[in-house]
Design a protein around this ligand. Structure first.
Ligand code: SF4
Length: 363
């Protein structure tokens, strides 16, 4: 057991990403904050049934695979997605990836083979892993395992197998006693790290969290009121009583820092000449909407010839059935081509190209 001297309280520091840290930050978190980790959703299956589970309807209970936002049909989708964001590592999530153990091993081996030994891989695990499974994971090259657990047994077994092993749990507002009791046990077994998440409302856990008496923290946040206070209290206790490495990850970090960094990395690899990258890593452009599919080619050609627009600044998006062009050109043409419907759009540079803003330019 790692021990600390009486009255030798360690320091809790605020990180540049606005999270709180006691001791060392796990490498998986360091890379995740920088947006350098591919999020490999390995399966939506899970046997745990946590009442606060935030998984979406689209994924919960379904045996589906996603690499970031891209549905995975073959291993090539995983490799391509990792390349498009210049991934330095992968976080294998779910659901519970251990329920699809052979798939987990296959993807770990694939990623290590394609991107090298230094490509850092951490995986989540909802249940327990046998000694044999841990041995296979280590052999395949897994760097870090994070148990979603309130028991020390799976962590202890993983540590014995020679893996970096830790725990990832939400800071439940009325759960302080349970959390520090777990900390005490994890300190006894020299657990590598703990990642404490701010509890968050999602579409799917809203009614359950409300039924437990939890409230939303503020109008700007989906975090649960009191979760951060519980985390800070638990960190202070751990600073005085343990030698644990604990990272508290606030809900704002996921969108404001981690997702933004990941979007920026992908944006610079997928941006087209007619698109501009914003500070948030989104893509801005102009569009001509509501054209019948058979007119797309004709209208594009006419606009190119009439206004001298270079071909790379005006393209057809067949999937969204529209013409796309540089925002600057769209603003100009909206005045000159009143019979066409121009707009400005802002979208994620992700596989699904989720649109966040649409501003009509034509009357
Ligand atoms: S372990 Fe994770 S995926 Fe499984 S029910 Fe709990 S929160 Fe959801």
């Amino acid at each position: 057991m790692r021990s600390i001297k009486k009255n030798n309280r360690r320091k809790i520091v605020r990180t540049p990403a606005n999270s709180l840290l006691l001791g060392e930050m796990p490498r998986g978190c360091k890379l995740c904050i920088r947006g350098t980790k591919l999020v490999l959703f390995l399966t939506g299956l899970c046997a745990q049934a946590c009442y606060y589970c935030p998984l979406s309807e689209k994924r919960r209970g379904r045996d589906v695979v996603y690499a970031n936002e891209r549905p995975v049909k073959s291993t090539q989708d995983i490799v391509e997605e990792a390349k498009l964001m210049d991934a330095l590592g992968t976080g294998i999530t779910g659901g519970d990836p251990s329920l699809r153990f052979r798939r987990t091993l296959r993807y770990i081996r694939l990623l290590k083979r394609k991107f090298g030994r230094r490509h850092h891989i951490h995986m989540y695990c909802g249940g327990e892993l046998s000694r044999e499974q841990l041995r296979k994971l280590k052999q395949a090259g897994l760097d870090e395992v994070r148990f979603h657990t309130w028991s020390v047994n799976p962590v202890e077994r993983a540590l014995r197998a020679g893996l970096q092993a830790g725990v990832e749990i939400p800071a439940i507002p009325n759960g302080y006693t349970r959390i520090i009791s777990l900390f005490r046990d994890l300190n006894r077994i020299n657990c590598s790290f703990i990642n404490l998440n701010e509890l968050e409302f999602s579409d799917t856990n809203l009614s359950q969290l409300k039924a437990h008496g939890f409230e939303i923290k503020s109008d700007e946040s989906m975090a649960v009121k009191g979760s951060e206070e519980t985390a800070v209290r638990a960190l202070k206790w751990a600073a005085a009583n343990t030698a644990l490495n604990i990272h508290y990850c606030p809900s704002a970090l996921k969108d404001a820092v981690q997702l933004r960094n990941r979007l920026k990395r992908r944006a610079k690899n997928v941006v087209s000449p007619h698109e501009v990258i914003t500070e948030e890593g989104l893509l801005v452009k102009g569009v001509v909407q509501d054209l019948p599919p058979e007119k797309l080619v004709l209208v594009r050609r006419r606009l190119m010839l009439k206004h001298g627009i270079p071909a790379e600044f005006i393209v057809i998006d067949r999937q969204k059935r529209r013409i796309e062009l540089h925002w600057f050109v769209a603003e100009k043409l909206a005045k000159l081509e009143p019979e066409l419907k121009f707009a400005l759009v802002e979208e994620y540079p992700t596989y699904d190209r989720l649109e966040t803003t649409l501003i009509p330019l034509s009357r």
